[in-house]
Design a protein around this ligand. Structure first.
Ligand code: KIV
Length: 272
């Protein structure tokens, strides 16, 4: 039986059913109404309004500069477009670390204004108080471990995380801590496939990977990367399903040519 095909609306409960039935969860990012509508209509299970919006929408080098209000703007646009998938909004850097009351207020603001289904935040034991406080308000939380882009200034590099035993053990402990706290799912980013498989096997909640191998319960990619809109980013885990950059540049090139040659607009494309 395919859980995916049966249901009209994806909930956190549906995701755990998928894990139970061995059905992989599909997740992609989106940040705006038009793209989210297409992604939802295509049948995706989860849309993540990722703070990667800082990179692909705003052109920042890291995810750190994006603000709570900007994430809310993207979240609202996406929620308006979807009818079926679950929508998760990333909590941006500086809105939940170190102060659980601020974390709660940020999460409430996201949920109240965007009407999203859940929030996501990065970290394990360091942010557990914030996770617990948000959950206590009835807000579903998705965790994020492994490579955590909001901590890039601490790492200094985007290389694969948790290759060493100590970091791998901490990741597994953090994943268990998030599960015990009540998170409904966890994203694992850029870690060895064997560790991804181990975490997915030892936890009951769905584990969704980006560069965490095929042994986890689902996969997530940034939509601009998988559609080939971004060209300079080519990590090993990325599969490109299209070369939209070439298509867009080709179409825009044709438009420019037609305007310059006065082929556009023709007689049928103007009013009497
Ligand atoms: O912000 C984002 O797009 C993410 C994914 C990479 C998981 O967190």
């Amino acid at each position: 039986m395919s859980v995916h095909k049966e249901i009209k609306r994806v909930t956190t409960h549906v995701l755990s059913e998928m894990k139970l039935h061995g059905e992989k969860i599909s997740m992609l990012t989106s940040y705006d109404y038009s793209m989210a509508k297409l992604v939802d209509q295509a049948g995706i299970d989860v849309i993540l309004v990722g703070d990667s919006a800082a990179n692909v929408m705003a052109g920042h080098e890291t995810t750190l500069p994006i603000t709570l209000d900007q994430m809310i703007y993207h979240g609202k646009s996406v929620v308006k477009a979807v009818t079926r998938c679950l929508v998760v909004v990333d909590m941006p850097f500086g809105t939940y670390q170190g102060n659980s009351l601020e974390a709660l207020n940020s999460a409430i603001k996201i949920m109240k204004i965007t009407h999203a289904d859940a929030v996501k935040l990065e970290g394990g034991s360091e942010v557990i108080e914030s996770v617990q406080r948000i959950l206590s308000a009835g807000i579903p939380v998705m965790g994020h471990l492994g490579l955590m882009p909001q901590s890039i200034n601490r790492y200094g590099t985007y290389v694969v995380r948790a290759k060493e035993e100590e970091e791998a053990n901490k990741l597994l402990m953090d994943a268990k801590l998030l599960e015990e706290a009540g998170c409904f799912a966890i994203v694992l980013e850029k870690i060895p496939a064997s560790l991804g498989t181990k975490v997915a096997k030892e936890l009951k909640i769905p584990i969704i990977g980006i560069g965490a191998g095929g042994g986890v319960d689902g996969q997530v990619l940034v939509i601009h990367d998988m559609l080939g809109i971004t060209q300079e980013f080519s990590p090993r885990f990325l599969r490109r399903y299209h070369n939209l950059a070439a298509e867009i540049k080709g179409a825009v090139g044709n438009y420019i040519k037609d305007v310059k040659s006065q082929d556009f607009p023709n007689e049928k494309e103007q009013y009497d």
